[in-house]
Design a protein around this ligand. Structure first.
Ligand SMILES: [Zn+2]
Length: 79
């Protein structure tokens, strides 16, 4: 499956199917919501290196598996 990534070296988006997961797991946060934890590692065709991303950093189907990812972060205030 090809996924979009952003190379932190050149700051450009690329798509790659050469990615792998490290310790990826679904966990429940304090509110009982499912979150993806772990790392996604991808071979970058732009700079030739490898990059690690957290699942929530990816604009991709993996991140989409987490309900409300990237939203509702400011909804509750403190504590
Ligand atoms: Zn790169």
């Amino acid at each position: 499956m090809e996924l979009p990534f952003v190379c932190p070296v050149v700051g450009r988006v690329f798509s790659s199917s050469r990615w792998e997961t490290r310790d990826l797991a679904v966990v429940l946060d304090a509110d009982g919501k499912k979150c993806l934890r772990g790392r996604v590692r991808v071979a970058c065709p732009l700079c030739g290196g490898w990059h690690d991303f957290a699942p929530e950093e990816l604009a991709c189907p993996l991140a989409g598996a987490v309900p409300d990812a990237g939203e509702d972060r400011n909804g509750k205030g403190g504590a």
